[in-house]
Design a protein around this ligand. Structure first.
Ligand SMILES: [Zn+2]
Length: 269
């Protein structure tokens, strides 16, 4: 599933390819988008910015028009030269934005809509988002207050709640809590301010690190086989202490949480 860091990376790649360029081609397999395009023509507009907000991606066009997309599980954006062979089947194409010499193609994007700046400000999903961990105006004290509001919940669940802080997905959740030496099932109320501060700082560090790189590399290892500390490593020895990594299904969608019981001891309740 695309996490905040990979959306951030996608936004940066798209912005590099598209910013300041004039749209020469716009196509979509999504009727809601083509309707707006017929009405307000996306072609001829300049692409002003591409930004990530949590797991949402926003493409800003001149003339007060924003394209909001959310990738959910399988969506992705690719950049191609015109005429180049796509790495996904054409039937998965949802959106094409063409500028001179570059084609941005969105595949399998389930959520896409055009918005004005006013609609954007009132947008329920976007305005309900907590502070973006990779955002330029991120405020640690504010994030701590928002996490504290979920006192009786497990820190692992609260980190995934995009209304609290935006950007952490399931893989990074396990990795962040390992690096922060925090048990995923500890209730927020049991964590001190120093603990929460550490979790938040580690979250930002790991997200920024994987947003910069080409893949998730929380261990900083160059070996592709040892990219992650705990995620996906249930039953294997901890890379730090050798204790067997545990895994457990949690939450409504039964996502797996991985942790090392020795490096991440549960706080006394
Ligand atoms: Zn360990």
């Amino acid at each position: 599933m695309p996490e905040g860091d990979s959306i951030f990376r996608a936004a940066r790649t798209l912005e590099r390819a598209l910013k300041g360029r004039v749209v020469e081609q716009f196509e979509s397999a999504l009727p809601a988008l083509t309707r707006v395009h017929y009405d307000k023509s996306v072609t001829g507009r300049t692409i002003e910015a591409v930004t990530a907000r949590g797991k949402h991606l926003l493409i800003e066009f001149s003339g007060d028009l924003y394209l909001h997309t959310h990738m959910r599980m399988n969506g992705s954006w690719h950049i191609y030269r015109p005429g180049a062979r796509w790495r996904r089947p054409a039937r998965e194409m949802r959106i094409i934005i063409g500028v001179r010499d570059v084609l941005a193609v969105g595949f399998n994007i389930p959520v896409a809509e055009f918005l004005s700046s006013r609609e954007l400000a009132r947008h329920s999903d976007l305005s309900a988002l907590g502070p973006d961990l990779l955002g330029p105006s991120f405020d640690e004290a504010d994030a701590r207050r928002r996490i504290r509001a979920h006192a009786t919940e497990a820190i692992g669940d609260v980190l995934l709640n995009q209304r609290t802080v935006a950007g952490v997905g399931n893989v990074l959740k396990s990795e962040i809590l390992f690096v922060a030496a925090t048990c995923p099932f500890d209730r927020v109320a049991h964590l001190g301010d120093a603990d929460l501060g550490r979790v938040i700082r580690v979250a930002r560090e790991l997200m920024a690190m994987s947003a910069r790189g080409s893949g998730r590399l929380t261990t900083r290892s160059m070996d592709p086989a040892s990219k992650l500390w705990v995620y996906g490593r249930g039953g294997l020895p901890c890379r730090k202490c050798g204790t067997t990594i545990e895994s457990k299904k949690t939450g409504m969608d039964a996502r797996l949480t991985y942790w090392c019981p020795s490096c991440q001891p549960s706080l006394p309740a």
